[in-house]
Ligand binder design. Structure first.
Ligand code: NDP
Length: 292
């Protein structure tokens, strides 16, 4: 059997088109232009690439993009003061502080200083609580993108067995909450999980969010299961740099019913969902109907 490849790149392009249409309507009908501010502290090369591509796509869908690049040794007080300024700026509807932050900054404190209604990453403790209790919140972009692809592929996820490998606050835990919200039976696996292969073999849906190149082999996958590969791992193979996921693509694709590739799967959906969240935040701020 060969798996259907879930084309996250094409799906993300459709989401961005819908966002662009909504942005256009906000401008023509209400004279409002959504604005996204991205704050980058330091010079982490991967973060710089993400911030650049977020900024480019924000402009492409017709929104305002504001980038604040701060030195690696920026003090916590200065960072908090910038966030406070953005929280109070009516032209800014979404604020994203690019993670990871340099070690001397308290990540939790910084995340929780963003106004929850502008927290388009969905990491603020209020949004985490709202999501956990099934209330309207800002949903973290990567898990949201995964859920959208799963719903698109399966229709209803009700009753399916889902295994999420990874329990981070930004991917694993919110992913599990979303799958639970869609009535999956959810298992969260992590580095201390016993018999991981057996746990994964039970799953109709496997979400791999570990950060270990090609860790999940095809013989862990139940035939016909859907594999969502969140991992982004840079490796060197045959003298070339390559981007691979947490699933071993070829062996998994040979048994799975569907799989997301790396690159071209979850990654593009993450940015598309960030843009969608910014429009949602803008609509909520102005008391307007939100995009579906
Ligand atoms: P973290 O490092 O925060 O979390 C990794 C999780 O994997 C932890 O819960 C850890 O368990 C678990 N883990 C580590 N080793 C094993 C193992 N051998 N067996 C089972 N579980 C294990 O990573 P993130 O959640 O931030 O990111 C995960 C991956 O997703 C990374 O590759 C990252 O680059 C990628 N990513 C991709 C995004 C996208 O847009 N496509 C966005 C965000 C992340 P424990 O808690 O016990 O340590």
């Amino acid at each position: 059997m060969t798996a259907t490849i879930i084309d996250g790149k094409a799906f993300a392009a459709r989401v961005r088109e819908q966002v662009a249409e909504h942005v256009k309507r906000l401008k023509t009908d209400h004279g409002i232009k959504p604005g996204l501010a991205v704050v980058l502290v330091g010079e982490d090369p991967a973060s710089q690439v993400y911030v650049r591509s977020k900024g480019k796509m924000t402009v492409e869908v017709g929104m305002n993009s504001v980038e604040h690049k701060l030195d690696a040794d920026t003090s916590e007080a200065d960072l908090l003061s910038l966030i406070d300024q953005l929280n109070n700026d009516p032209e800014i509807h979404g604020i994203l502080v690019q993670l990871p932050l340099p070690k001397h900054l308290d990540e939790d404190l910084v995340i929780n200083s963003v106004a929850p209604e502008k927290d388009v990453d969905g990491f603020h403790i209020s949004n985490v609580g709202l999501l956990g209790t099934g209330q309207k919140s800002m949903v973290p972009c990567t898990p949201l993108g995964c859920l959208m692809m799963l719903r698109d592929h399966h229709g209803s996820l009700s009753g399916m067995d889902a295994v999420v490998i990874g329990r981070s606050n930004i991917v694993g835990k919110p992913m599990a909450q979303l799958l639970l919200g869609d009535s999956c039976t959810v298992t969260i696996a992590h580095s201390r999980t016993k018999d991981l292969a057996d746990v994964v073999r039970r799953a109709d849906i496997v979400v791999a969010a570990v950060g270990r190149p090609e860790m999940v082999p095809g013989d862990w996958i139940k035939p016909g299961a859907t594999v969502i590969d969140v991992g982004i791992n840079r490796i060197e193979r045959d003298g070339k740099n390559k981007l691979v996921g947490d699933a071993d693509f070829d062996s998994c694709a040979a048994v799975a019913g569907a799989i997301t590739p790396v690159p071209g799967g979850v990654g593009p959906m993450t940015i598309a969902c960030l843009l969608a969240n910014t429009v949602t935040a803008c609509c909520r701020a102005n008391g307007l109907a939100e995009p579906e």
